[in-house]
Design a protein around this ligand. Structure first.
Ligand SMILES: *Cc1c(COP(=O)(O)O)cnc(C)c1O
Length: 413
């Protein structure tokens, strides 16, 4: 008898994006003439082509594979040195942040990493997650058996939820009690909020005091425009002893379909074994990574490395500026009709309060049916997301301009 992992049965069936897909497909089927006009500002996927440097580097890398002299088979599981070195230099050291190439583990994306990291932690940790938040953190903990059953509002027994609200600017505050692992995501998906140095310092101080580890997702780091906002948790003194950072080329370089990310684990970061002894977290992750992963594709790593060249940096900047320009237009349109708006400045997401206390799925249906516009209902990201919605700025400029007109026409009435 093959027994399954029963924890999977605790997962709530009506997951956010399938439900959005179902409603959009139903509307499109009933209104075939309107269907082509639907504008999707829902799922957080990039829309614009890759930077030209990445395209050229990957073409060349394919050609390398055609000749015995330049052919590459299995590479180092941790990633090629020629990618880890520019990551450490450009993304960290040139900004005064101490991260070494051998503390970087290249992967096929941050989603896998944020889920896989649980392999190296025990089952009796107290785990805190912001609410609302990127659903992957919660669901992977459910699969791992780190939670109890789901409640009515979609939250799970056994997790500590950190409410993100207008009062705290959607940046979670340190809890009163003890936790062992805490997920932070800044700039945030879905709220677009970016934590300040002072806010992050409080988290680092808390983690050091509690011997907790911060799992810091900075997949949207490249969207930070405010020079006061730290781009890495390791910009905060003490963080090297209490944090792991997750990064991705998906949103930064448009790599959602190419697949490349990395994680940073400082040498000093320790966890405890059953006897209370310190164990370097990097040692466990290295063992896990080299056992269960055979390295990101050579071709893809060549593409990622090209983003760190002078041309690559410039092209990446242009791509990000395009999306941030979209975010500004969308924010302005929502403000114009009197809505309360957050995010959109250091992130490609605009987070908006629904008008007149409308439910977030109700607003989703209204925008779909009346404006033929798809947004993401806040409730899908956690109980505290109810009463808000997310508009993604990942789109063409033309679509965003049209989406703004429709928002104003539909919600400005
Ligand atoms: C998009 C996203 C990622 C990146 O995932 P990849 O697997 O690298 O594409 C990670 N974290 C958050 C919060 C995201 O929104």
């Amino acid at each position: 008898m093959a027994r399954i992992n029963d924890n999977f049965l605790k997962l709530r069936a009506g997951y956010l994006f399938p439900e959005i897909g179902r409603r959009v497909a139903a509307f499109a089927a009933e209104n075939p003439d309107i269907a082509p006009q639907i504008i999707r500002c829902g799922i957080g996927d990039v829309t614009e082509p890759l930077p030209q440097v990445a395209i050229e580097a990957m073409h060349k890398a394919v050609d390398d594979q055609a000749h015995r002299e330049t052919f590459h088979g299995y590479g180092p599981e941790q990633g090629y040195e020629w990618l880890r070195e520019p990551i450490a230099r450009v993304s960290y050291q040139e900004r005064g942040i101490d991260v070494q190439p051998d503390e970087i583990y290249v992967s096929d994306g941050a989603k896998c990493d944020t889920g896989n990291i649980l392999d190296i932690f025990g089952h009796d940790n107290i785990i805190a997650v912001p609410d609302p938040v990127y659903p992957v953190y919660v669901d992977t903990n459910v699969m791992q058996g780190n939670t109890g059953e789901a409640r009515e509002d979609g939250s799970y027994e056994g997790l500590v939820y950190l409410p993100c609200t207008p009062e705290n600017g959607f940046v979670p505050e340190v809890p009163q009690g003890h936790v062992d692992l805490v997920y932070l995501c800044s700039p945030n998906n879905p709220t677009g909020a970016a934590a300040t140095r002072e806010q992050l310092q409080k988290w680092v101080d808390y983690a050091l005091e509690q011997h907790a580890i911060i799992l810091y997702d900075s997949a949207y780091e490249a969207f930070i425009t405010d020079p006061q906002i730290p781009t890495s948790i390791f910009a905060i003194p003490g963080a090297r002893k209490c944090a792991i950072e997750f990064r991705s080329f998906s949103k930064q370089g448009g790599f959602t379909g190419v697949r490349c990310g990395y994680i940073v684990i400082p040498h000093e970061l320790m966890g405890k074994d059953a006897a209370g002894n310190d164990v370097p977290v990097s040692k466990l992750w290295s063992r896990r990574h080299t056992t269960k992963f055979n390295g990101a594709s050579y071709i893809v790593q060549r593409g990622a490395a090209a983003l760190f060249t002078p041309d690559g940096k410039q092209q990446t900047r242009a791509l990000i500026d395009h999306y941030l320009g979209n975010a500004k237009l969308l924010s302005d349109a929502c403000r114009q009709v009197g809505l309360r708006v957050w995010g959109g400045q250091n992130a490609p997401y605009v987070w908006v309060q629904t008008p007149q206390g409308m439910g977030s799925w109700e607003l989703f249906d209204k925008l779909l049916h009346e404006a033929h516009l798809v947004i993401t209902p806040g409730a899908g990201f956690g109980a505290h997301g109810e009463g808000f919605f997310r508009i993604s700025a990942f789109n063409s400029r033309g679509n965003v301009q049209e989406a703004c007109k429709r928002i104003i026409a539909c919600l400005g009435k």
